[in-house]
Design a protein around this ligand. Structure first.
Ligand SMILES: Nc1ncnc2c1ncn2[C@@H]1O[C@H](COP(=O)(O)OP(=O)(O)OP(=O)(O)O)[C@@H](O)[C@H]1O
Ligand SMILES: [Mg+2]
Length: 505
């Protein structure tokens, strides 16, 4: 394995049926440097990195390491050259442990005995050294999205990467974890590591990177030294226009309570108490923000309300009916919408076509279906309209959903949930991984739903998002609501303290 001193991608073009994902793209990164790769959802960032990691062959173009052309035909090739990649959507096997996942792909000297203990020890050491602590014996399926992300990073390091591609590594991290990661990246580049960092969060881009490359519609449109630019300019270059995020207009009248959670207890996947007597009430036409560092019960709260997790004690009234431990389908049919945290696996069936995912919850109902017979013409036109209306970028509605870019999958779920005219909506991290233009759009849609009397439970760690959209903000800490603030009395610093479990007075 050679040390990578410089890495270049030259005139890369990649075509998929119906789309040119990359067109004549050029990038160059040196050891000791962080390059941020920016662009709207679908701009071609992940595709370009998948080419670098040997997952796709480019139609045209070359990859040069230390000035010499290389062929990268598989991730194994890439790793052998020292290139590691942490994917936007995890590539971990949920039913295996952390150690087993990291061990996949290791060439053990003794083919008949994989010494997992050694692997586990090294994972622990790497974790401690890098502030990326994970339990080597935990099953992936038990880990939060943030923890899984850490496993991905450790896996790349374990395999000896000296050049790292991080595709939206912070999308699922807590603000504290993000800060740690940024610090860590600035540290590792001192050891001559090269890093390509993809993110839609422009503030952290300006903190972590040395230079920025912006793609639009698969082409290079802007490159700049980070210290010569700012967040607004980057947003403009990405979107091709100015962006202004909407904010909630204060109102004094709300509808009746539509969702009431009363003293609810539930376990986490690890079997510990995740919700410890949580109570809250959401009114029609209200956005109730749930602030908190992820891992404090947010995931479990969303899941008990939507029927994905068992409630051990307590009551959840939706439209005055106790829905505790009712089936998921029943709860959906009562008009509860859900934008889940893990959009790819819980929000969609990745192998299904775009149109199938768009009508996933209602395909057996009128007008999609009549007398048990699907109505393909209606479905086609409904889905085409939805894709246009919500600007879901895809070649067509028969494209498999997993081929869509991350942010476009998020828009697909949002459109499906909102077009069902829900009575209430549980929105978990709705802007995770979406570009700044799409954030503006999603926020407008959520506010529009609120103004049409939908009650929205907005779970997010983005303080700006909470403050812009919420009528009230509840802070969740260790499975309980620590405090509830009127949004106009909430500030970033107050929320920050509460999120850390500190309650004044
Ligand atoms: N396997 C595939 N088959 C067909 N089309 C694909 C495939 N992978 C990506 N695309 C298309 O290529 C384009 C670029 O997608 P890509 O995932 O690279 O975008 P991105 O910049 O990473 O976006 P995001 O910020 O949303 O992750 C999109 O139009 C996408 O639908
Ligand atoms: Mg991507």
């Amino acid at each position: 394995m050679n040390k990578i001193l410089s890495l270049e991608m030259v005139n890369i073009t990649k075509r998929f049926p119906g789309v040119i994902a990359n067109q004549d793209v050029n990038i160059k990164v040196n050891a000791g440097e962080v390059m941020a790769l920016l662009g709207e959802n679908g701009a071609g960032k992940t595709t370009l990195m998948n080419i670098l990691y040997g997952l796709y062959n480019p139609n045209e173009g070359d990859i040069l390491i230390n000035g010499k052309k290389v062929k990268i035909r598989s991730p194994q090739n890439a790793l052998d050259l020292g290139i590691g990649m942490v994917h936007q959507h995890f590539m971990l096997v949920p039913s295996l442990t952390v150690t087993e996942n990291v061990a996949l792909g290791i060439n053990f000297k003794n083919k008949f005995k994989m010494d997992l203990k050694v692997v586990a020890d090294k994972i622990k050491k790497l974790g401690e050294k890098n502030n990326l602590n994970v339990d080597p014996n935990a099953y992936i399926s038990q880990l939060s999205v943030g923890e899984q992300q850490r496993v991905e990073i450790i896996k790349a390091l374990y395999h000896g990467a000296n050049f790292l591609v991080l595709d939206e590594p912070t999308a699922a991290l807590t603000p504290q974890e993000t800060d740690q990661l940024i610090k860590w990246i600035r540290e590792i580049i001192k050891d001559d590591m090269g890093v390509i960092f993809i993110s839609h969060k422009l503030k952290e881009v300006t903190e972590v990177s040395d230079k920025v490359e912006v793609l639009r519609d698969g082409k290079n449109v802007f490159s700049v030294q980070t210290n010569k630019t700012n967040v607004d300019e980057l947003a403009r270059e990405m979107a091709g226009r100015d962006i202004e995020l909407p904010t909630v207009d204060k109102k004094n009248e709300f509808g009746d309570v539509v969702l009431k959670v009363e003293d609810v207890w539930a376990k986490s996947d690890k079997g510990t108490d995740a919700l410890k007597g949580i109570s809250l009430a959401l009114k029609k036409g209200e956005i109730l923000g749930i602030a908190g560092v992820s891992g404090n019960g947010q995931k479990e709260l969303a899941e008990v309300i939507t029927g994905f997790r068992k409630v051990n004690k307590g009551k959840i009234n939706f439209k005055d009916e106790n829905i505790v431990n009712k089936s998921i389908q029943y709860i959906i049919d009562q008009g509860l919408g859900f934008i889940p945290e893990d959009r790819l696996h819980m929000g969609t069936v990745p192998g299904f076509k775009v149109k199938e995912n768009l009508i996933l919850k209602d395909y057996l109902k009128y007008p999609f279906c009549k007398n048990f017979i699907l109505k393909p013409k209606y479905i086609e036109s409904y889905c085409k309209t939805t894709v246009d209306e919500y600007d879901i970028k895809c070649p067509n509605i028969n494209t498999p959903t997993h081929a869509l870019s991350g942010g476009n999958i998020q828009k697909l779920i949002l459109s499906r949930e909102l077009k069902r005219n829900p009575v209430a909506l549980v929105a978990s991290y709705p802007i995770r991984g979406v570009d700044i233009g799409a954030i503006e759009y999603i926020h407008e849609k959520l506010l529009e739903a609120r103004n049409n009397d939908v009650g929205i439970l907005l779970i997010t760690e983005e303080l700006e998002e909470l403050l812009n959209l919420s009528d009230r903000i509840a802070v969740i800490y260790e499975g309980k609501i620590l405090d509830i603030l009127e949004a106009d009395k909430a500030t970033k610093s107050k929320l920050g303290l509460l999120m850390a479990g500190v309650k004044e007075g």
